[in-house]
Design a binder for this molecule. Structure first.
Ligand code: PLP
Length: 425
């Protein structure tokens, strides 16, 4: 383990040694802060890749030049635009190409996937999720349960134990075993948006399957952040948005995964649309739905090309850097930020201490640290903002920061520490 130092020199030396340092220049940093920016909210909205504007401009130009003929004549034909994202997406999440597609938005995809994979029958009606799931996920689960005419009590939550912040994996597993044949579905956020806790998705999937339940994950905070092996972990389905760690524009397109074993399973019920229809026969416009094999069979609509152009620009950067190198830098930089926060906390303990909610074990987290500021309220966060730090505040006293490997630097971490110390004065 390397000896960290909380100094500008040390941080700059770390940046020099960083094999991914050149990627910072591929992104545009916001300019609205008075002081030089420390952008630590890539977990909410990733920064704009420089090529996003280039690729979007290409589509605007082809639209102007070709009108409807752009579907086939555009430089990147719109008819099959989504297909060029498939290989890079598959690699990013550890899937086979047949298992993924980029389409719709995240919440839409969760609903579409639950239509296929939440099939309550007889005693088996319950869904297991984490307590305090992201609000959209809670509404998805509640409304799906109501849609099937089931009582709200069929939604079972696993909470942290009293006095603890994190959910123990053993408690998830024992709840799965306890519910047994009453359990229809496990659906959990792979990385919790609030605490930054990364769950062992393989273990949860195995436990869910052992009692005969389906298992799906919301990967909004996991995709592009942590290393995923969705195929090997045997997960049934998953979805993620592309605008957080994947830097693909506000409200950008979502990714959808279904395991290969469902690729040709036409017995699964689904809500269908023309873009999920077998492409070779799509324009015969016949009645009777024949799905595309694999994840593409869950598509409803033709591709939102402008949003996908931004996604293409970002995916190319992930492809170039590779998730392995991204993961190495993520663990090192997050550990460095953790070190700085601990040091500040020790040095200022009569004023304010910072307690990390996020697991300290690097195999149990991604790039996000959630910091509880004891003895301070929102004024601390406001002072931090004045220092140029863009972070996220959750009542009553939690600051979430995400040093993102592709564009943040060790110097950003150092400067965050300086800003945090100035803010508590
Ligand atoms: C960000 C996020 C969402 C957002 O859903 P959209 O449909 O993209 O608006 C949903 N779930 C989780 C867990 C998230 O982190």
């Amino acid at each position: 383990m390397m000896e960290f130092q909380n100094s500008e020199n040390f941080a700059k030396k770390m940046d020099e040694l960083d094999p991914l340092k050149s990627f910072r220049d591929e992104f545009i940093f916001p300019t609205f802060t008075e002081k030089p920016i420390v952008y630590f909210t890539g977990n909410s909205l990733g920064l704009q890749p420089r090529n996003a504007a280039v690729y979007i401009q290409d589509e605007l130009k082809d639209w102007a030049t070709y009108g409807v003929e752009g579907h086939f004549l555009a430089k990147r034909p719109w008819y099959s635009y989504h297909e060029q994202l498939t290989l890079m997406t598959a690699k990013l999440v550890g899937a086979k190409p047949i298992e993924v597609v980029v389409t719709h938005s995240l919440t839409t995809n969760l609903h579409l996937l639950m239509v296929s994979f939440f099939r309550p029958s007889g005693k088996r009606t319950k869904i297991l999720c984490e307590a305090k799931a992201f609000p959209s996920d809670q509404y998805v689960l509640e409304s799906q349960i109501a849609f099937h005419g089931l009582p709200n009590s069929d939604l079972v939550e696993v909470s942290p134990r009293k006095g603890e912040q994190l959910i123990r994996e053993e408690d998830i597993i024992s709840k799965i075993e306890e519910l047994g044949e009453e359990l229809a579905l496990v659906m959990i956020g792979g990385v919790n948006y609030y605490t930054g806790q990364l769950f062992d998705m393989k273990k949860i999937t195995t436990a869910g399957h052992a009692v005969g339940a389906k298992v799906g994950f919301d990967l909004a905070h996991a995709a592009g952040n942590v290393n995923l092996q969705l195929h090997d972990w045997n997960i049934d389905f998953a979805a993620w948005c592309s605008y957080k760690y994947l830097n693909s524009s506000p409200g950008g397109v979502s990714g959808l995964f279904i395991h290969e074993r469902f690729a040709d399973d036409n017995s699964l019920p689904r809500f269908a649309g023309w873009w999920g229809y077998d492409k070779s026969k799509r324009f015969k416009m016949e009645s009777g739905f024949i799905p595309m094999p694999g994840a593409e069979g869950w598509q409803l609509s033709n591709a939102p090309v402008l949003a996908m152009a931004a996604h293409l620009a970002s995916l190319e950067l992930f492809e170039k850097a590779g998730m392995y190198a991204i993961g190495e830098k993520r663990d090192l930089m997050t550990a460095y930020l953790e070190f700085i926060i601990d040091e500040l906390s020790a040095r200022n303990k009569d004023r304010c201490t910072f307690e990390l909610i996020t697991p300290r074990d690097k195999t149990k987290r991604g790039a996000q640290l959630s910091i509880m500021a004891k003895g301070q309220g929102k004024s601390l966060f406001e002072a931090l903002s004045k220092e140029g730090v863009v972070a996220d505040w959750r009542e009553p006293n939690v600051i979430r920061v995400a040093p993102v490997p592709l564009y943040n630097s060790f110097e950003d971490c150092f400067r965050f520490g300086v800003a945090l110390e100035a803010a508590i004065q």
